[in-house]
Design a protein around this ligand. Structure first.
Ligand code: IMP
Length: 194
């Protein structure tokens, strides 16, 4: 089975990706690969950041590896916060700060269309390949959540659903989400390429 290093320290992402790639590839974490320290993310596109993170791992290991980058793209804000979604309200802001800023920016807006987009960059033998997942939806006017919720989950309602991402079981969210779709494309590619 293929071994791939996943360029993230996020435990939830590692679990999600391991489940999706079960039987297709063995996922190695950064610490298992002996890689520590912050990976730079300074590009101005999702594709650029995914490439930058995967390249960081490739240059240090020359092992097959991949990285992902996600952004929330809001129509009425010309695609913002996009690649800056994690730090929309400032460098060390919380999920709540980001949501407050977003709801403020869209106060009174009729067009509340938005999408989440994930780009995965896979590097094998030094060559990069990209896989993209996207989910369209709406930004709600207030939080809809049973608990904490990840990122913008409490204010994002995917099309064809009447609840926010934060209100649905994680298994349902993962089956329709941007990251879930991108990982599925990666899994299909790895299945057919092996
Ligand atoms: P990352 O590239 O996966 O780290 O995502 C960047 C930022 O986008 C995160 O810090 C979150 O604010 C937001 N984000 C990414 N994925 C999701 C999601 O599934 N739900 C809500 N927000 C997300």
């Amino acid at each position: 089975m293929k071994r791939l290093i996943f360029a993230t320290n996020n435990r939830h992402k590692i679990e999600e990706v391991r489940a999706a790639l079960d039987g297709t590839a063995e996922i190695i974490t950064l610490s298992q690969a002996g890689l520590f320290g912050d990976i730079p993310e300074t590009a101005d596109t999702l594709q650029g950041n995914a490439l930058q993170k995967a390249q960081w791992v490739w240059e240090r290991t020359h092992c097959s590896c991949f990285a992902d980058d996600t952004g929330l793209e809001v129509d009425a804000l010309d695609g913002a916060p996009g690649v800056y979604s994690a730090r929309y309200a400032g460098e060390h802001c919380s999920f709540d700060d980001n949501i407050d800023k977003l709801l403020g920016a869209l106060r009174g807006a009729e067009n509340r269309k938005a999408d989440f987009r994930t780009v995965i960059c896979l590097i094998e033998n030094g060559a990069a390949k990209y896989f993209e997942g996207r989910v369209d939806g709406q930004i709600l006017t207030e939080r809809h959540s049973h608990g904490e919720g990840f990122g913008y989950d409490p204010v994002f309602m995917p099309d064809r659903f009447a609840v926010s991402f934060a209100e649905m079981p994680l298994s349902v969210k993962n089956s329709i989400s941007h990251r879930g779709l991108a990982v599925k494309k990666l899994a299909e590619y790895l299945t057919h390429a092996s």
